[in-house]
Design a protein around this ligand. Structure first.
Ligand SMILES: NC(=O)c1ccc[n+]([C@@H]2O[C@H](COP(=O)([O-])OP(=O)(O)OC[C@H]3O[C@@H](n4cnc5c(N)ncnc54)[C@H](O)[C@@H]3O)[C@@H](O)[C@H]2O)c1
Length: 245
């Protein structure tokens, strides 16, 4: 594997929220980071702000549901950044709709953005990471993958599938020295939760609050780097204790 300071990470959904925090944390650890999103203005702004702090971060447009766009993004990164070592499949959406009101179109959209994207991302990144002699993939799931919640059926199913995909990829990619893990955050203060009542899941969380995005990022850095060299196929709850109840 390449030296840490020569490694390149791709963080999807990196224009804002947790993805932007993960990009900054990975860049602070010495990696070059490419953030990808569909929010081009926010993405360019985030990359520029991180570059101003001295980090090697740039933005590319990538709709994670588009297989051809994935191939182009990975090709672009290999060409401009010299290779790809780490993929953080972080992009995601939420829809909160009771099952009896959930249309097939809404269900399909959530599965496509949250789950199919993880498959497409891993397939696209695999040859590039393998060419580097190994690397890491971090898939972002959720506590919703682990517990039931009214009106979260589509979202929970999409994230539970991310856990299953992570396990399959860990087995298939291990011979190529590629470690694949997932993280399951609880409530995090990001624009995704803008529609939640103030505090969101805070009252049911033992630590009594939602996480700040930068509290999740050290786990991503751990899983991306050699500190986690014997860890693969695992899911990590990072949730203020909410799943203990
Ligand atoms: N916020 C929470 O409480 C919470 C908890 C657990 C897990 N998560 C997960 O964490 C991840 C990050 O979410 P966040 O909290 O930062 O929310 P966020 O809405 O701020 O960020 C999600 C990002 O994904 C991008 N995105 C959406 N669809 C995309 C597509 N088709 N292609 C490319 N990018 C796309 C968005 O533009 C946005 O920048 C998501 O996978 C989410 O499901 C969030």
């Amino acid at each position: 594997m390449t030296e840490l300071t020569e490694r390149v990470a791709l963080v999807t959904g990196g224009a804002r929220g947790q993805g932007a925090a993960h990009a900054e944390a990975l860049a602070s650890s010495g990696l070059r980071v490419v953030i990808a999103d569909v929010l081009d203005e926010a993405g360019e702004k985030t990359a520029a702000a991180l570059a101003e702090k001295g980090h090697a971060v740039r933005y590319i447009h990538l709709d994670v549901t588009d297989e051809a766009a994935w191939a182009a993004a990975v090709e672009n990164i290999e060409k401009h950044d010299g290779g790809l070592d780490t993929l953080v499949n972080n992009a995601g959406i939420i829809r909160v709709t009771p099952l009896n009101e959930l249309s097939l179109a809404e269900w399909d959209l959530v599965q496509k953005v949250n789950t199919s994207s993880v498959l497409l991302g891993m397939k696209a990144a695999f040859p590039a990471i393998a060419r580097r002699g190994g690397g890491t993939i971090i898939n972002v799931a959720s506590t919703a993958a682990h517990r039931g919640a009214e009106a979260y059926g589509a979202y929970s199913a999409s994230k539970a599938a991310v856990l299953a995909l992570t396990r399959a990829a860990a087995l298939e990619y291990a011979p190529h020295n590629i470690r694949v893990n997932s993280i399951s955050p609880g409530g995090v203060e990001t624009p995704m939760n803008d529609d939640e009542p103030a505090g969101g899941t805070s009252s049911s969380t033992p630590l009594g609050r939602r996480a700040r995005p930068e509290e999740i990022s050290p786990l991503v850095v751990y899983l991306a780097t050699d500190a986690s060299s014997f860890v693969t196929g695992a899911d990590f709850l990072i949730d203020g204790g909410v799943t203990v109840r």
